[in-house]
Design a protein around this ligand. Sequence first.
Ligand code: HEC
Length: 115
Amino acid sequence: MIKPIVLSTALVGAVAAGWTASAVQKGKAAGDATNGKQLFAQTCAPCHSATSKTANVGPGLQGLFKAKKMPATNRPVSVAVVKAQIQKGGGGMPAFGSKYDAQQLNDLIAYLRTL
Ligand code: HEC
């Protein structure tokens, strides 16, 4: 219950500082959103929309990191929860296990933050 508050405080701070979305990504976790977008297009897009919340096979992920709760499970949104979902799957989503290394996971997160 603490994490969403921390997350939104960080977000408000970033906006207040006048950061652009790309500056926020560069400042965070060193994820490359451009690479993350490619990974998403290759693997996630068949099941997830990036431009709406409308469900396909899985829920639409537009606004994922701007929301407080995960779209399918209502868990609090955090980087750890999203990484765990990718690695372990669940609820009909396949587990990607070690398909992505730490850098690629950060790239995917950086991209998901832009949605
Ligand atoms: C074969 C279809 C499929 C693929 C491919 C897939 N997902 Fe999913 N995903 C799902 C389904 C189905 C759910 C709903 C799970 C549930 O109801 O608990 C889901 C749920 C999610 C959620 C929300 C989890 C929650 O707790 O609400 C996220 C975030 C997510 N997927 C991210 C991804 C990412 C990132 C990728 C690519 C690496 C990906 N998914 C690939 C089917 C897929």
